[in-house]
Design a binder for this molecule. Sequence first.
Ligand code: UN1
Length: 513
Amino acid sequence: ASNFQIQETLNKLGILAVNNGTSTGSNWFSNGEEITSNSPVDGAIIAKVKTTSKEDYEKVMQAATSAFLDWRLKPAPQRGEIVRQFGQKLRELKEPLGKLVSYEMGKSYQEGLGEVQEMIDICDFAVGLSRQLHGFTMHSERPGHRMYEQYHPLGVVGIISAFNFPVAVWAWNTALAWICGDVCVWKPSEKTPLCGVACQKIIADVLKENNLPEGISCLINGDYRVGEMMTKDVRIPLISATGSIRMGKIVAKEVAGRLGKSLLELGGNNAIIVTPDADVKMTVIGAVFGAVGTCGQRCTSTRRLIIHESIYDTVVNAIVDAYKQLRIGNPLDQNNHVGPLIDTDAVKLYLDALEQVKTEGGNILVEGGVLNGDGFESGCYVKPAIAEAKNDFKIVQHETFAPILYVIKYSGEVDNAIALQNGVVQGLSSAIMTNNLREAERFLSHAGSDCGIANVNIGTSGAEIGGAFGGEKETGGGRESGSDAWKIYMRRQTNTINYTTELPLAQGIKFDL
Ligand code: UN1
């Protein structure tokens, strides 16, 4: 049944239809070996997509670098108009694109739609920004001089994105990069190549309708070897990469080695602190959605709950009860809360983590396990699990991309909880549940959370696009999306202009000829 549905969805998106898994997806310049996209929903082959060979890559880069020469000359608000049209197309295609995300990646249909909504939102944000992109003006120490700074387009931006947000993370980068006057080359995850093809088709149509070169948006396909072509390429001044810490360290080194810029969004190990003054009902909703949403595969997923001993039993019991209500199954069926993991490799990592937490002395409160039988044929459906653990367990220190929640008890002051929350190498998202102003402000203070995102009375996931998104420490330090994240996509220039007939030197230096 879902195969039929996906056929219709692919047709609506205008990308090549499925023919029992034997047909190929759109090529978009590429002629390399084929990768197969399997749906974790039902295990079916959705399509095959050709990867990018060295020769293909060269063609893509030529298209991109030549498109940049035109694109950068277009006034920014006109670039914004193209992004506005792209956002409009996304509104029209929200349903099929959301469905494809759900079917190819496995997140719930609601979350698939939410992801497309994030794309639409960042387009709106970028359109407004295209009339700004402002620098500062400064007062010169010299009479009759003026100083200001301006931001210029950077060039080709390379984007490497992960399977878990197969469309939105690309849009956060491209919508901003485009209004900044850059062109983009995108390597989506090899686990979700069709989402990449679908997005490329949408923007390619917009560019064509406006008689603009397709090189403004380029797609390359394949695994890390294809990504490497970009990280090593001096023609790409900025690489924006989302994925594991391991991947980020390799990218950072490669790009820094040629003095390029990188924007890194790597792992999280996000915690919610639950203090004695927490609202238990809100805590349960925030923690459960944070831990099991997207089957625990968001960088912002809630991995740890740090609960005060005085309400530990109450909160833990309420959460364990809530887990009993969770329905696991086909994510396109809106009655289900939890869909599959991305693939069977992820299932293995999930099982290994559960083993390890037991070995290290953890106490399982909600048993995990792989589901089989009717509807679970893909082998990717697992039960969300909860384990009582210690923060310094090796497995708790590690980000497992799966629905495993570790509960950790703290006693005494909120500072003890903050120390536990900060006591990991990652620094993406964090939250505190409390109605106590002192605790909340302490958590947000210089002595509080060390993460890029710190929330009060909401969970760790579900960030809005208006804020800068990213994290500290091994999360990589990058910021994407809202606030002034656009600045990394541009080069800054300081300009000093003398409108007198004298040439005074700065710092009062005398130099008479
Ligand atoms: C990610 O998991 O890569 O805050 C990003 C959230 C989403 C973004 C997650 N808006 O959960």
